[in-house]
Design a protein around this ligand. Sequence first.
Ligand SMILES: [Zn+2]
Length: 172
Amino acid sequence: MGDVRLPAAGLVELRRALEDTATQDAVRALREAGRRLAGDAEMAIAESGGRPLPALPLATFWSELNRYFHEAGWGRIAHQELNAGVGAVVASDWAESDPNESRGAPGCHISTGLLAELLTRAVGQPVAVMEVDCRSQGNDVCRFVFGSPVTLLNVHKKLAQTGNLEDALSAF
Ligand SMILES: [Zn+2]
């Protein structure tokens, strides 16, 4: 199937329209949509990386993922190792976000689902993703943390208590 060009602002409008209708269902639906986009990304990354995804060295995966997102118009990403078991994807010019918006919570739900599925395929076991900073809520970057589902649930709980990612991570 060919591509349809969607202006980046269209992603934000799609999310706003859905959230106006039913917030939690909308968030789930957008994440699910992101997961379903992972097949195309996986094929592109495997092709340019020269190997299928679980066999692709992680360093290559990150550079090819950055290239894919850039070429597909999502923006550039950087990978950060936060501590054993928790990593982050940082995006400074992310298409799903809108720096003119002032949300009370992160808003890049499609990317969250897409990253979760791609990382799951890259490491060959379930990976959960949570967006902790978002340009749509006034942060300089969108920052997605990831880890195993159990680890991320713990990070989520600690973050709710401390309100600070560094404090939440130092509890591990
Ligand atoms: Zn964001």
